[in-house]
Every structure is written in structure tokens, then in C-alpha cells.
Write a new protein. Structure first.
Length: 236
């Protein structure tokens, strides 16, 4: 891990981010995370964003494990940091996630803040309803505190990973849209992590569409060929 940021560095970097945000990103609907919550703690989103921006404009590649270790200084019970991915495609920050076809970051599990002067490519701003604690509790009650996809019950042993205690997370039905009241299902940490932002779900947690065409890269050659032929026929 690189030399840790102290609280003063976090605050200074956040002020830098905020100045760029006001000048370049606010008009696009990019969402600036709060620096601190109502109890005065740094928010996880702010910690991740400041860590990625710490050497701006000379940003560097940061691994998920590095981000997780940094966030654990403030939230010791953190298992796996997902904020970098969410801050990018969902909240508009130009954070590149590693992948074989990525021009900025090649390795999966690595991230880099590309610029504070442009939003994430193809980011579309949507007005969003805020999910507060009461809304989330109602959703959990509706699903009987079970993962909408695999059915594992919160606080109990996971169906498929018996050594894991199920923790339910707020997941998008359609990752292309904001996390609002009509676009949220509870998923366990295993399902949420496995499906990432590739799929569109219905209310029952079943896959009903593709949200990210890059999922095709994970298919074998025969399936890719069939998809190609299907689309070629449709769009000819």
C-alpha cells in the first residue's frame, strides 16, 4: 500500500475535487459524495474518491485490495470495497475499471481516476429518489429479508456458501438507472458481486436483459457467433 493519507490530506484532496466538480462536472449531474456523515465520519464514497485523486492530475492505478485496506482504517468491518465501480458508471466520475479491453487499466480489480474535467463516458444523469433507511427497511420486509436472486436469508448461513453469513445489499434492477425506490432489489454480497452491472433483473431477482454489452466478451466462441448472426440479421 502506498503511504497512507492522513485526515488533513483527505480534506485537502476533497476540496480540490470539489473545486473541479463545481467548475466541470456539476452541470452533467455527477454526484459529489458528502465528505462526512451526520456523525462526523468520513463517508466511504469520499474516502475512495479522495484516495483515487490524491496525486491529481498525475493519478495512478489503485487496486481494490489497496482501497479496501485504506477504507478499513475508518471502517474496520469492511469486507470488500465496491465504491470505485459505483462512483464511475453510476455516479458519473471518470473512474476506469480494469479489463482486457480497457484502454486505461488492463487488470481486473484495478482502478484509476482519469480526469476531474469530464464525466464518465456515456454517463446519463437521472433524477433519483433518495433511498432512506425506512424505504430500505420496507424493501427488506417485502422480500422477507432474503436475497431476491438466491433466497439466502440475512444474518443466516448462505445457501451456497455455508461458511458465509448472508449480508443483504442494495442492488439495481437496471444498473443503467439510479438506485431509486422502483429500481432496487436486495441481493446478498455473493450475488451482488457476481452479477456486477452486467444484467437487468425483474422484481423476483431473475435476469431479464443485458445492461452492459461487454458481458458478451465472457461468452464462448459459438455463442458470440450466434449473437453476431442474430444482430446482423435484425439490423440489416
Amino acid at each position: 500500500m502506498k503511504s497512507p493519507m492522513n485526515e488533513k490530506e483527505i480534506e485537502t484532496t476533497y476540496d480540490l475535487i470539489k473545486s473541479y466538480y463545481e467548475k466541470f462536472l456539476k452541470k452533467y449531474g455527477v454526484k459529489l459524495p458528502k465528505l462526512r456523515d451526520k456523525n462526523g465520519k468520513f463517508t466511504k464514497d469520499a474516502l475512495v474518491l479522495t484516495y483515487l485523486a490524491r496525486f491529481y492530475p498525475n493519478t495512478v492505478v489503485v487496486t481494490k485490495s489497496e482501497l479496501t485496506e485504506f477504507v478499513r482504517r475508518f471502517y474496520p468491518d469492511t469486507n470488500d470495497v465496491q465504491q470505485a465501480r459505483h462512483l464511475g458508471a453510476q455516479k458519473g466520475w471518470f473512474i476506469s475499471s480494469g479489463g482486457r479491453d480497457n484502454v486505461h487499466v488492463k487488470k481486473i480489480g484495478e482502478y484509476r481516476l482519469i480526469t476531474l474535467e469530464k464525466p464518465y463516458p456515456n454517463f446519463t444523469y437521472h433524477r433519483t429518489d433518495v433511498i432512506d433507511d425506512e424505504d430500505w427497511k420496507s424493501i427488506l420486509k417485502k422480500y422477507k429479508h432474503r436475497c431476491a436472486t438466491c433466497g439466502s436469508r440475512e444474518g443466516e448461513h448462505h445457501y451456497h456458501w455455508p461458511n458465509t453469513i448472508t449480508k443483504l445489499q442494495k442492488s439495481h434492477k437496471d444498473p443503467r438507472k439510479p438506485l431509486s425506490g422502483n429500481n432496487i432489489i436486495p441481493q446478498c454480497q455473493k450475488c451482488n458481486r457476481a452479477y456486477r452491472n452486467f444484467w437487468i433483473f425483474d422484481d423476483k431477482g431473475r435476469v431479464r436483459g443485458i445492461a452492459n454489452p461487454l458481458i458478451i466478451k465472457k461468452c464462448d466462441k459459438d455463442i458470440k457467433k450466434k449473437i453476431y448472426e442474430l444482430l446482423k440479421k435484425e439490423y440489416e
